[in-house]
Design a protein around this ligand. Structure first.
Ligand code: APR
Length: 242
């Protein structure tokens, strides 16, 4: 921990990459591991573009659960620590999460690689509306429809879909320009997000990983802080303050 604190104090430009583990202490289930969402829902059957086109009602069973979990969730201490880290060189939070918790906590620059559940869009006419505006019908088990008559879908990246190009390129640039990157709560297996820490490393960044488990990235990081986001991030920021 001490070496990681010293590295953060020396850094001018910090980037952070977060995954579902960042939101576990806010009550949102991760995708993989013991109580992972993909243990209950086969992502190819529920969360791929072909699945949604084949059977949108089925995909909406998953979207409904995710929307209910996320819209009721609040940021935890770890999220607020990342807001404070903006006073110590944090430039951007690159997240794989679609729950808007970094924005709710107050981070200025949040790059959502996999989109967001906060907005719905219509694949027929591309119109967009806030998920909040359709929450009642979603919670009642209905599927919100666009004025054009087609079904809405959440503005999240489904398997088999490209990531929003501009978000990915800005995130890659943040990683290249950072002299330190902290990755928190990701299993580091889904591309292209998983290559962001190695991109940062290749351009000279110090890598810090926070996770209760080791991941495929762990052998390549400079400091592995074994533990939960809601514990390790406040601990880090407390020691940086001093
Ligand atoms: N604090 C920090 N990390 C945690 C915590 C916690 N409290 N609890 C669990 N973790 C770790 C797990 O050990 C695991 O490594 O968080 C990670 C969660 O991994 P995944 O569920 O695979 O989430 P993520 O890495 O974000 O998945 C990437 O895969 O299915 C797609 O689109 C989905 O964005 C997601 C992407």
């Amino acid at each position: 921990m001490e070496k990681a604190v010293r590295a953060i104090k020396r850094a001018d430009k910090i980037a952070v990459l977060t995954g579902a583990g960042m939101s576990v202490e806010s009550g949102i289930a991760p995708f993989r591991g013991e109580d992972g969402l993909w243990k209950k829902f086969d992502p190819q059957e529920y969360a791929s573009l072909s699945a949604f086109n084949r059977d949108p009602e089925k995909s909406w069973e998953l979207f409904r659960i995710q929307i209910e979990e996320c819209l009721g969730a609040e940021p935890h201490e770890g999220h607020y620590s990342l807001v404070e880290l903006e006073d110590h060189g944090l430039n951007a939070v690159v997240t794989q999460n679609v729950d808007s918790l970094h924005q709710k906590a107050g981070n200025e620059k949040v790059l959502e690689l996999h989109g967001s559940l906060a907005e719905l869009f219509c694949s027929s006419c591309n119109s967009r509306e806030g998920t909040e505006d359709h929450l009642d019908e979603i919670v009642e088990g209905d599927i919100p429809h666009c004025g054009c008559g087609s079904m809405f879908r959440p503005d999240v990246v489904l398997f088999g879909e490209p990531l929003p190009r501009n978000v990915l390129s800005v995130s890659q640039r943040e990683a290249e320009e950072a002299d330190l990157l902290i990755t928190v709560g990701t299993s580091a297996v889904v591309q292209p997000a998983a290559s962001i820490p190695t991109l940062a490393k290749r351009t000279g960044s110090v890598l810090i990983e926070i996770n209760p488990e080791r991941t495929p990235l762990t052998p390549r990081v400079d400091h592995f802080l074994k533990g939960k986001a809601g514990e390790k991030l406040p601990e880090l920021v407390e020691q940086i303050r001093d």
